[in-house]
Design a protein around this ligand. Sequence first.
Ligand SMILES: [Zn+2]
Length: 158
Amino acid sequence: MSEDQKKYMRAAIELAKQGMLSGNGGPFGCVIVKDGEIIGQGCNSVLITKDPTAHAEVMAIRDACRNLDHFQLDGCEVYTSCEPCPMCLGAIFWARPSKVYYACSKEDAANAGFDDNFIYQEIEVMPEHRQIPMVSLLREESQKAFNLWKEKGDKTLY
Ligand SMILES: [Zn+2]
């Protein structure tokens, strides 16, 4: 662990503390680093924004992508105060940074009352049998949008 890595992780931890103390949301913070510079940051802001997706990593990804003016985090590293939840894990894979560092584990989060283990379990369950049932409707009609996408000549792949 380098001094720089400690500095970035401490910045994420400080965001976790400050965000929580300001009433933004839970104690989670995240910074995104590119070429030795913090280019995005965020703290959990679920309470203040009334947005259940406003987790620290999602806030930081949005901030970094806005600053980079790009939808991918090429060559970026994510420093998050806690192991990402399944939603943030997905967001991180979509954003494609090169590496993720986390401080607390998801077991630490569960001990503090933030248990996301049930979401991991739900991924394995057939959609219609999930605790929130997921039911497919109008599949063929919706496939037309995919067909248009496949035929679209000037699309930006991501
Ligand atoms: Zn999350």
